[in-house]
Ligand binder design. Structure first.
Ligand code: CTP
Length: 219
């Protein structure tokens, strides 16, 4: 297959993770998975062999993409590490940062006389940061950052702290971008550069992002 990513293996994580509390409840986040799925399809269009680790989403698998479904952050962590080595890792998933310390075997009941419930949450592994220091580190590690303010400062902080090659930041709450929306606008930062992508359809922004990935892979 021809294309700027021909012969490359690209691993994409997408969607939310759901962290179970009991058999009927979970802690999750508002991610549709559309951006990650669009990135997987765009990488395939550039000729890459694509593995997509997907959290719980209602989306069809892009043709020609190998999909691995997971539910929790722990499962996503295992599936991503299992898929190494790859040339490029793009962490587009909105991984839950915390998970309940214990999953209750039985449905939690309201207790008489108590108006509150305390859930103890513990940190999940940072999959992206782990991939970036892994012995089988991909040539290019790309993260996402959702920020509500001071986008560049926080995004560049994550780029450095997590030892990434690129970080794609979006301003949460801006009109025409972000959660549950078909459009998006990203600013991608790397050491010594930045590029704005969009606002445009997520499929278009994803295509521009993988063009940049292919460029930086050559750099
Ligand atoms: N990520 C990950 N594993 C986690 C948490 C996040 O791989 N347990 C990845 C996401 O896939 C995304 C990036 O890290 O690429 C987001 O970074 P993060 O520091 O989690 O961003 P925020 O959640 O916005 O962090 P903060 O709350 O500190 O702003």
């Amino acid at each position: 297959m021809s294309g700027a990513l021909a012969g490359k293996r690209v691993l994409v994580s997408a969607g939310p993770t759901f962290e179970d509390i009991d058999p009927v409840r979970f802690v999750g986040n508002r991610s549709s998975g559309k951006m990650g799925f669009a990135v997987a399809a765009a990488a395939r269009d550039l000729g890459a062999e694509v593995v997509l680790v997907a959290g719980p989403v209602q989306l069809d698998t892009p043709d020609g993409v190998q999909r691995i479904d997971v539910r929790s952050a722990a499962q996503m962590h295992a599936a991503v590490l299992e898929a190494l080595p790859v040339d490029v890792y793009i962490g587009a998933a909105a991984v839950a940062d915390f998970t309940p310390r214990r999953v209750s075997e039985h449905k939690l009941k309201k207790t008489v006389g108590s108006d509150t419930l305390v859930l103890e949450l513990v940190r999940t592994p940072d999959i992206l940061a782990e991939v970036a220091v892994h012995p089988r580190r991909p040539a290019l590690v790309v993260g996402f950052a959702a920020e509500t303010h001071e986008v560049e400062r926080y995004a560049r902080g994550k780029l450095a702290n997590k030892r990434l090659d690129l970080i794609a930041a979006n301003l949460v709450g801006a009109a025409g971008s972000g959660f549950e929306c078909d459009d998006n606008a990203l600013t991608v930062y790397w050491d010594g550069g930045e590029r704005r992508l969009g606002p445009a359809a997520k499929t278009e922004v994803a295509a521009r992002l993988v063009d940049l990935v292919a460029e930086r892979l050559q750099a």
